[in-house]
Design a binder for this molecule. Structure first.
Ligand code: NAD
Ligand code: ZN
Length: 306
């Protein structure tokens, strides 16, 4: 009797599934680690050392807001200057080849869009926008940056570690010397337009994403531990609807038991290879859309090595 043909490699099977089209991508922090933005739960994950800001602490305590804005004033620039990596460009290439049904991200760094992707659903918002909790006005973070620089002329701090929330660790006395500004229109509290822990994702974004799952032929999770329910729920929905789930992630993810296929591989290498295998084309690095941030004028001094 002839021997059974060997099982194709998971990467080949995945390329075949992707080539079938109608792929919904759900990306997470692991896609941006190659751009220098740390994740929470990977090997160098920041949850091991830092507690992320919660909505309740942010709105309930002026000292917490001062701490957040002081740390974020310096940390945001690092996120804003981060460039998309080969993984982001590979996802854009899949979209340009017409293979994506939708692109949903848990990331708040805006790097999919900077890599040329369109129609990105940012589940948790975007650090490059600011929202007023009083009047609801949404403004560019660059505008707030100008105001914070003006209000804090002469302020400088030695910068510690950089965290995934787009903040850096700062000594307490530097935080206490930082001036926070309020909404120019109504005097209300300003908050980055991101979903903090303890907040819910706006219902419209969830509904659109559920609709994408329902019409997808494949849910492709990229670089997420799926520890956060707001991403994990799409895996649960796909499993319920019988939509196959594929997960490319270094290390385990909570979605693994529901996945038809898992690939433990670095995204910056695996995704360009998948694009090539699925389309026969390489995913070119192209020129970037302009960085939303101008060169820093506030002194950024390296902090103590930890
Ligand atoms: N870049 C960002 O915008 C950013 C960064 C950190 C956290 N966050 C927020 O925090 C939450 C974190 O949840 P999450 O599941 O997205 O992240 P997570 O930190 O929980 O999980 C990231 C996963 O990616 C894996 N990983 C890291 N680098 C990788 C690489 N190069 N190739 C393959 N896998 C890699 C890690 O091992 C880990 O399992 C999200 O809700 C997000 O809003 C955003
Ligand atoms: Zn306002």
């Amino acid at each position: 009797m002839p021997a059974e043909p060997p099982d194709p490699r998971p990467a080949d099977r995945l390329a075949e599934l992707i080539a079938g089209g109608d792929v919904m991508v759900l990306s997470g922090a692991g896609l941006s680690t190659d751009s220098g933005i740390p994740d929470y739960r990977g090997p160098t994950g920041a949850l091991r050392r830092a507690t992320p800001m919660t909505y309740q602490r942010f709105v309930g305590d002026p000292a917490q807001r001062q701490r957040y804005w002081a740390r974020s004033h310096l940390g945001w620039r690092i996120v804003a200057q981060a460039a998309p990596n080969a993984g982001h460009f590979a996802v854009t290439a899949l979209q340009e080849h017409g293979l994506l049904a939708g692109l949903v991200t848990q990331n708040v760094d805006g790097l999919h869009t900077r890599a040329g992707a369109t129609g990105v659903i940012e589940l948790h918002g975007n650090l490059h926008r600011v929202v007023c909790l009083g009047c609801g006005a949404v403004s560019a973070r660059t505008e707030l940056d100008d105001r914070l620089r003006a209000a804090n002329a002469g302020w400088s701090a030695s910068v510690g570690r950089f965290n995934p929330d787009g903040d850096v660790e700062l000594p307490d006395d530097a935080v206490r010397g930082f001036t926070v500004v309020d909404c120019r229109l109504c005097g209300g509290l300003l908050k980055p337009d991101v979903v903090f822990f303890g907040e819910t994702v706006p219902a419209g974004r969830v509904e659109v994403s559920f609709a994408l799952v329902a019409h997808a032929r494949l849910l492709l999770v990229l670089g997420s531990s799926l520890s956060v329910m707001s991403g994990y729920r799409f895996v649960l929905r796909a499993a319920k609807l019988g939509v196959p789930v594929a997960i490319v992630n270094q290390g385990l993810s909570r979605g693994d038991p529901h996945a038809a296929l898992t690939l433990d591989a670095p995204l910056g290498e695996a995704l360009p290879e998948l694009v090539y295998a699925a389309t026969g084309r390489t995913s070119p690095r192209r020129s970037l859309t302009r960085s939303p941030v101008r060169p820093a004028r506030t002194a950024l001094r390296p902090g103590p090595k930890t």
